[in-house]
Design a protein around this ligand. Structure first.
Ligand SMILES: Cc1ncc(COP(=O)(O)O)c(C=O)c1O
Length: 365
């Protein structure tokens, strides 16, 4: 196999790999998208062809996730991080209280941002430099209706720690950062009041964020918010108030069609379980590699692992790169390695990674 044809598996945590068929579709559509004679990047977001895409994308999201009618589906710019600001701006106030559950890097970022706008408290005390390998024990009895909302992160992408159940919210509006695991398994949307995920992991490419929000919640927002930071602007104008990120919206549409045509979320979850179990089983069977996350909270989409000796990390990464295993290095805050196994990663990618890990162990173990 020559270098140019060698199969590459991209384990990046986001922006992450796209399905081959979606990339091919993008290439095919480029010169003449849906008969417009232009690429999707060149047509008006208010024209009928793009409006069709907007409607279709919402319908696909509603169908795949079974989103109830009393929720709006919004598309916002600014990534998941903008949601960290918009949530407290819309739903709390300087005198208001919000409860955050922190068990990793993104939860810490979310609460720090919220503290600029309201009294945001951690349900369980946390340390800024703690590297989580589990979901801390918690007592939800502290959560009562004096709190404007409760926020948590379903999957901590850096540490590879994922909730497997939905916490009890005691009737307090529940907000959730699902950036790294929305669309990776079925969820019950009705348990939440606000769900958000930026697209660059399981919904396409960076530039657009899906927000699924209960309609009635939006009535509570103050009236003096900047328009682009007010959820109601997006609801009222079908997320087309300003010129939206049209290309990421189009890629999301392709991804949603791909999810639907490959069996929907049940099938996606089956594939993701198979991939992550295979890798964890291999790691657990080895004396050379280890994963330190408590078994019941291991992420099905971000598998972190350490080598027997840290000094081998650079060699491991360099060899992986040569073997076509890309972007396997863990986040600098956590160290070690991380294999992101989002929806587009085929089981063959996991097989290739395991084979490389075996070969490396043979040479260095
Ligand atoms: C769980 C989680 N939340 C938030 C973010 C930040 O997303 P963005 O860069 O789109 O703001 C990420 C990015 O990796 C993430 O994994």
């Amino acid at each position: 196999m020559t270098n140019s044809t060698k199969k590459i598996y991209n384990f990046a945590p986001g922006p992450a790999m796209l399905p081959d068929s979606v990339k091919q579709q993008i290439i095919d559509d480029m010169p003449n998208w849906r008969g417009t004679g232009s690429s999707v990047m060149e047509v008006s977001h208010r024209g009928p062809v793009f409006r069709n895409l907007v409607e279709e994308t919402e319908e696909l999201l509603r169908e795949i996730l079974s989103i109830p009618d009393d929720y709006d589906v919004l598309m916002t710019p600014g990534g998941a991080r903008l949601q960290y600001s918009m949530m407290p701006m819309n739903f709390s106030s300087l005198t208001g209280k919000a409860m955050y559950f922190v068990h990793g890097h993104w939860g810490k970022s979310a609460i720090l941002e919220a503290q600029k706008f309201c009294n945001a408290r951690p349900l369980v005390p946390y340390k800024q430099d703690e590297i989580y390998t589990h979901i801390p024990n918690y007592d939800m009895s502290q959560l009562d209706d004096s709190f404007d909302y409760f926020h948590y992160t379903t999957n901590e992408t850096l540490e590879g720690v994922e909730w497997q159940e939905v916490p009890e919210n005691n009737g307090v509006p529940m907000f959730c950062d699902m950036t790294s695991n929305l669309m990776t398994r079925p969820i019950d949307v009705s348990k939440y009041d606000l769900i958000y995920a930026s697209a660059q992991k399981n919904l396409g490419i960076a530039g657009i964020t899906v927000v699924i929000i209960k309609k009635e919640l939006q009535l509570k927002a103050p009236n003096n918010l900047p328009l682009m930071l007010d959820y109601r602007t997006y609801s009222k104008h079908d997320s087309l108030w300003n010129t939206p990120p049209t290309f990421p919206w189009y890629v999301m549409n392709l991804i949603l069609n791909w999810i639907k045509n490959t069996g929907g979320l049940e099938a996606v979850a089956t594939r993701n379980n198979a991939k992550s179990s295979k890798l964890y089983d291999f790691i657990d069977s080895s004396n050379f590699y280890r994963n330190e996350v408590e078994v019941k909270s291991r992420s099905k989409v971000n598998v972190t692992f350490l080598l027997k000796e840290e000094k081998l990390n650079d060699d491991f990464i360099a060899g992986a790169d040569k073997a076509g295993i890309k972007a396997i290095k863990g986040h600098r805050a956590v160290g070690g390695m991380r294999a992101s196994l989002y929806n587009a990663m085929p089981i063959a990618g996991v097989d290739a990674l395991i084979q490389y890990m075996k070969d490396f162990e043979k040479d260095h173990g």
